[in-house]
Design a protein around this ligand. Structure first.
Ligand code: 1CP
Length: 350
């Protein structure tokens, strides 16, 4: 009888970030930074002199190049795809433009309850197929040790842009729509949640190994409102993705929401800088991983301060398994690149 040797697949080590997502022990804390490829990088600004922002998002080869070059330059442990929250809204019938220097503008915002009827279901995810091509091209261009993170905006944050027609400080139109037209609000949120769910699954099918849900502006709500108007929809947005890969659920602005974010879903909960990491983690529960939370403006300080404040965040994580180092929100334009490098070196123990 011949014995057939069982061939073990060459055991490539599981990337640090994926292990941290699963609360497994790691040799060192993985680090990546929200908005790591943005306007603070001269290489990025040089590309943007030639190509408009939406055009860049719709050119997968260039989008992948931007992120791959950034990962190599910074030495971070993950690549988030280069894209944006808002292109998803175009096939849903919203007329999007990134006006020069002003951020996003939606020319046909949802203002009356009846307007929700014209927000289309995302029946065909190929309408944003360029994003899946970006996932594939980014994955193909990177070492296996660097996982690719896909992402989407959370239903509340997307609804905010749909209703305001752009960004806002107080989200007054969004919140008054929510209070005045509760059933139209839930209809809008449900449409967005289904679209986000399909979109995340499509990114995973294209090779995303983790996905992050950005609820960037939901911190303008208190916990009761979050539970009533948002939580069920964010849960739908994350549920299918969560059956397939680790998910990161991130919000800013109101630490009181942390236990509710956990309830809505996320193998990892993002913590912004308005609460100390140890306290935020306690609120989330130590049986969940967390990501965060250096204040982004610390990167405008001197090198020594960057080092010290980065070490303080690490000290608050206290070596517990399940910490992914990140900022408390995205890198701001104007951030000195050398301080970003200092942060990464500090986390890596250099
Ligand atoms: O070149 C330019 O002028 C465009 C600047 C830019 C960039 C680089 C925008 C416009 N989006 C992005 C890329 C982007 N956006 C990434 C890719 C990865 C990276 O840079 O590393 C990601 C993950 C996003 C996500 C995004 N877009 C968020 C969530 C993250 C966050 O910071 O909260 C949000 C809120 C947006 C909306 C958006 N995109 C861009 C602008 C100016 C805005 C509006 C921000 C606002 O409402 O104030």
């Amino acid at each position: 009888m011949t014995v057939v040797p069982v061939l073990q697949p060459s055991a490539a080590p599981v990337p640090l970030l994926l292990r941290a997502c699963r609360l497994e022990p790691v040799e060192r804390t993985p680090v990546w930074l929200m908005r790591q490829a943005g306007r603070y990088l001269p290489e990025y600004r040089a590309i943007r002199e030639k190509v408009g922002f939406l055009e860049l998002c719709k050119t997968p080869r260039l989008s992948a190049e931007v992120m791959i070059a950034t990962v190599e330059r910074l030495g971070v442990d993950a690549a988030i795809i280069f894209s944006d929250l808002l292109p998803l809204l175009e096939p849903m019938g919203l007329d999007l433009e990134f006006a020069h220097g002003e951020g996003p503008v939606i020319h046909n915002p949802v203002r009356a309850a009846e307007d929700v009827g014209r927000v289309r279901e995302l029946d065909d995810v190929d309408r944003v197929g360029f994003v899946m091509d970006t996932v594939r091209a980014t994955r193909a261009g990177l070492d296996a040790s660097i996982p690719v993170i896909g992402f989407a905006g959370a239903p509340f944050t997307l609804a905010g842009y749909c209703i305001e027609g752009g960004t806002s400080k107080a989200w007054l139109l969004t919140k008054s729509f929510m209070y005045r037209h509760e059933s139209a609000w839930h209809d809008l949120m449900a449409r967005l949640a289904r679209a986000v769910s399909r979109y995340l699954v499509a990114q995973i099918d294209a090779g995303a190994q983790v996905v992050q849900l950005f609820d960037s502006w939901v911190g303008c709500l208190g916990p009761d409102d979050y539970r009533r108007y948002v939580l069920p929809h964010s849960r739908v947005a994350l549920a299918e993705a969560a059956k397939r890969v680790p998910t990161i659920h991130f919000a800013t602005g109101n630490p009181a929401l942390l236990p509710l974010l956990r309830e809505a879903g996320g193998s990892v909960i993002g913590i912004d800088w308005r609460i100390d990491l140890d306290e935020g983690w306690r609120m989330v529960g130590h049986d969940r991983a967390v990501q965060g939370n250096l204040e982004p403006v610390v990167l405008f300080a001197d090198r020594e301060t960057v080092r010290r404040r980065t070490s303080e965040v690490l000290a608050r994580a206290a070596g517990r398994p399940g910490h992914i180092f990140n900022l408390g929100h995205g890198i701001l334009p104007g951030t000195p690149v050398e301080n970003v490098l200092e942060l990464v070196a500090t986390v890596k123990g250099g």
